[in-house]
Write a protein that binds this ligand. Structure first.
Ligand SMILES: [Zn+2]
Length: 248
């Protein structure tokens, strides 16, 4: 029998102290999601390389409700937790590790049932090094052929591949969440005539219901928050500069 080195719990379980530039935060998922603008709302402001990004969703059933269906592909892993659900395929408290390519829908067994709902957290992981890629894919409802594939770069801030132009720079108070920006573009492409029409069987698919996901609203709110902060900073700079000119 070969000698095995004893490994203490301290040695294996030690995590480094928190980054002094990013204080540890706590968030109440019910509080955040009661007021959030979109599904997959990041609960914390940290989305840098190596960060874990828990994102909340509130799925609500009701007459005429339809969340549609699509596939998400991510080079980084995702974990799904239900913080309370009713009439959902995902039970309250259930934890699920998603495959890199996974189908996304409401999880509700009957979306039109007004008593069905789910408060869900999908925790995404930001790449530690190298680029991160994601894709959103739609398939034909009739023949299951791929009708849209929107692949996008999701490299987080802090890595050379990060696109500050699209997602907001270090001086901005908030950043766009790459998955959210990609989702908006996916919904736009999916709802064009070309995106709806299957090249294999010619079936014209129903429009993708983007309203219950709320992505466009959240991207617009984030863009506006960044612009507002830049305008205020510009005004402060302008005021300071004119005071200096006016000073005797
Ligand atoms: Zn088809």
């Amino acid at each position: 029998m070969s000698a095995t080195r004893q490994i203490s719990v301290e040695e294996t379980r030690k995590i480094p102290p928190p980054d002094p530039d990013r204080e540890p935060l706590k968030a109440n998922v019910y509080e955040r999601m009661a007021k959030a603008a979109a599904q997959l709302t990041p609960l914390f402001p940290y989305d840098h390389a190596g960060a874990i990004v828990p994102c909340g969703s509130v799925i609500i059933g009701g007459p005429g409700q339809d969340y549609g269906h699509f596939f998400h592909w991510n080079t980084a892993c995702e974990v799904i937790v239900s913080y309370g659900s009713q009439g959902s395929a995902l039970d309250s408290g259930q934890v699920m590790a998603a495959q890199k390519l996974h189908g996304v829908n409401s999880f509700l067994r009957d979306q039109e049932d007004p008593d069905s709902f789910g408060v869900i957290v999908v925790t995404q992981h930001q790449s530690r090094d190298g680029d991160q890629s994601e894709a959103m894919i739609a398939r034909c409802a009739k023949c299951a052929s791929e009708i849209v594939r929107h692949a996008y770069d999701a490299t987080p801030s802090g890595l050379p591949g990060f696109d500050a132009e699209h997602h907001g720079g270090e001086d901005d108070p908030v950043r766009q969440f790459a998955t959210m920006v990609g989702s908006v573009e996916f919904a736009r492409l999916r709802n064009t005539d070309v995106g709806r029409t299957c090249a294999e069987c010619g079936h014209v698919n129903d429009e993708f219901p983007d309203t219950p996901w709320g992505w466009a609203r959240q991207v617009a709110q984030t863009r506006t928050a960044i612009q507002a902060h830049r305008v205020l900073r510009g005004a402060a700079h302008h005021t300071t500069a004119s005071e200096e000119v006016a000073r005797p």
